[in-house]
Ligand binder design. Structure first.
Ligand SMILES: [Zn+2]
Length: 203
């Protein structure tokens, strides 16, 4: 297999990238100056070494020390709320909006409506473990900050059902941003005002 073929197959693993686009990426790289290609290759090679995944919220953060926790989980932000998002880019939107001061949890995806094994698609077991651990620290509310589309709606319903026993056991409230967001809202593209409003009007 030539480097062109091999690199194309590697690009095809990217989300939403098909054969034709993968090939276009390869030919794009061939047309760039060597410095650009070297820099790109270097950053990719360093990525897993310089970025760590938090063992509590599962978000990716720049590795600064040997702590298994990110600065938010290790820091003194409000322990009473846990805001659950689908992915890191959603976390970034909420963080950037400056409208939330509590702890976070990254689900790592959504559940396709026809999934046969829903529990394997998101970190539901890890979320339950995180809640168990948060209760003694004052956790009282789980905020489900998911996008508003059929797959996210399905995922939200699944989580609410899965959290029912633990919510009852510890008298926790489970709230959603659903009321503040209109249909088709993708959290990662939402502006600060929209997120502030949605968070304020959660229920
Ligand atoms: Zn964390």
């Amino acid at each position: 297999m030539s480097s062109i073929e091999h690199l194309s197959t590697l690009f095809m693993k990217f989300p939403g990238i098909g054969t034709r686009q993968a090939k276009r990426f390869v030919y794009f790289l061939l047309a760039q100056n060597p410095q650009y290609v070297d820099e790109l290759a270097q950053e990719i090679a360093n990525l897993k070494k310089t970025i760590a995944q938090c063992s509590s919220c599962f978000r990716f953060y720049p590795r600064t020390n040997t702590s298994p926790l990110c600065t938010i989980c290790a820091g003194d932000s409000d322990n009473s709320t846990l805001l659950v998002v689908e992915k890191d880019t959603d976390f970034e939107s909420v963080k950037r909006s400056g409208s939330y001061a509590g702890k976070y949890f990254i689900l790592g995806g959504t559940i396709p409506v026809l999934a046969t094994d829903p529990a394997s698609k998101i970190r539901i077991r890890e979320l339950i473990a995180r809640i168990e651990q948060g209760v003694p620290e004052g956790l009282s509310e789980i905020i489900l900050a998911l996008s508003v589309n059929p797959e996210s709606d399905f995922t939200r319903e699944y989580i609410i059902k899965a959290l029912e026993p633990i919510a009852q056991k510890y008298q926790l409230s489970i709230t959603t941003l659903g009321r503040g967001l209109s249909t088709g809202t993708e959290l990662e593209y939402s502006d600060g005002d929209t997120l502030r409003y949605a968070l304020k009007n959660r229920g």
